[in-house]
Ligand binder design. Sequence first.
Ligand code: ADP
Ligand code: MG
Length: 247
Amino acid sequence: MPARLKIVGLGAAIEDTQILQRVDLSLQPGEVHAIMGPNGSGKSTLAQVLMGHPSYTVTGGSIVFDGEEIGHVATHLRARKGMFLAFQYPYEIEGLPLKDLLRTAYNARYANTDKQIGIKAFHDLIQQKLTLLGLDPSFVERGVNAGFSGGEKKQAEVLQLAVLQPKLAILDEIDSGLDVDALRRVCNALVTVKKENPDMAILLITHYNRILDYIVPDRVHIMKKGCITQSGDSSLAKVIEHEGYSE
Ligand code: ADP
Ligand code: MG
């Protein structure tokens, strides 16, 4: 089966500072890979570069998504091909109801397909997803992340996943800043979304391995100073738990 995502020798810089050095990574459809590493090691940079954030310059290597080189493809077109990024720090947009963002994103994701959807049909779709994730209908009436708790912001990211059904979800520290209860809720929601969309590959970026108790990765990669220095199965996360990110 062709890889969902294959990165070879990827390098990236921001403002003339080289951050990523020759990163190699390959995910099959449906696989979950964790990327772990100390703060400042380049995890968010990798996530942003994969999505084509304009602040970063790709300095070498290739990014192939479903057999197609996408290193120079615009961000919204990557999203349309099925890539999705959940932000480490989701933006707050006061005055824009979450349901409107979701419907606009949905219609943009499925532009030029027969999946375009009107307000009524989208309302039904949203209700179904809210029920699936155990969220109150009032959740999507609120402004995007406006006044949301840390856990609610991450729930909103997972709701986007449920609605947009990407082929690859890049989750940048979806677990950061959550207490034990919020972490459990977000992880359960994530597991539910993954069950509904089993072919979705997940790149799970995390600093801590507690999320890996809920979502067992097929592979774990350790990133340090912009390089993947070690890869292994899920037991590698346990080694990190005991030994930390030693130099
Ligand atoms: P992580 O997500 O693993 O904590 P980041 O990808 O956010 O790491 O950051 C990687 C490195 O890039 C850090 O050393 C950070 O200081 C550096 N960095 C981030 N933004 C800039 C910038 N605008 N200019 C120079 N260096 C930056
Ligand atoms: Mg980060």
